[in-house]
Design a protein around this ligand. Structure first.
Ligand code: FES
Length: 103
């Protein structure tokens, strides 16, 4: 006999805004989903490489909002940049609405 488990954690939806340049794009990201995946699901392009926190191609700067940063290489995201709000979109898990700058 098998028993299925059901997660009882509530799902939150956060409003994410890409605010660089002359255009502004926005989309929603569910809690537990990385920002890069949510962006792609909504047709918002962020440069991508490894998708595992190792190449740095998806680096963005969060200018407003909170997030959890998953395992990310210090070679491509040094401590100083982390302190300035930079993160790797493939490893950013929003904890609030977010405004960010990207290439
Ligand atoms: S795609 Fe390589 S670090 Fe995010």
């Amino acid at each position: 006999m098998s028993v299925d488990t059901v997660s009882l954690e509530p799902i939150h939806m956060f409003l994410i805004r890409k605010v660089d340049g002359l255009s502004e794009k926005q989309f929603y990201c569910a809690s537990g989903v990385d920002l890069l995946t949510a962006a792609r699901q909504h047709g918002v392009i962020i440069p991508t490489g490894c998708r595992s926190g190792g190449c740095g191609m998806c680096k963005i700067q969060v200018i407003q909002g909170n997030f959890t940063l998953g395992t990310s290489s210090y070679a491509v995201l040094p401590k100083e940049e982390r302190e300035e709000g930079y993160g790797l979109a493939c490893k950013i898990y929003p904890k609030s609405d977010i405004n960010f700058l990207s290439k």
